[in-house]
Write a protein that binds this ligand. Structure first.
Ligand SMILES: [Zn+2]
Length: 61
């Protein structure tokens, strides 16, 4: 299932995660961020972290 987020939605997710005390996140749900219809970055839907490559989420420990 493909999930698309706008930059504003990604920012809201990150803000909520920070307000929750930045719990440890394994980045298991990755969405693609779209800006003006073009793919830009990958975003973790749990913590809002952004990476240019999807694979980068596996190397953030
Ligand atoms: Zn995450």
């Amino acid at each position: 299932m493909a999930t698309h987020l706008t930059p504003e939605e990604a920012k809201a997710i990150r803000k909520r995660w920070e307000e929750n005390g930045k719990p440890e996140c394994k980045h298991t749900h990755i969405a693609r961020e779209y800006m003006y219809g073009a793919h830009s970055d990958y975003v973790c839907t749990s913590c809002g972290e952004m990476q240019f490559y999807r694979e980068a989420f596996n190397n953030t420990d």
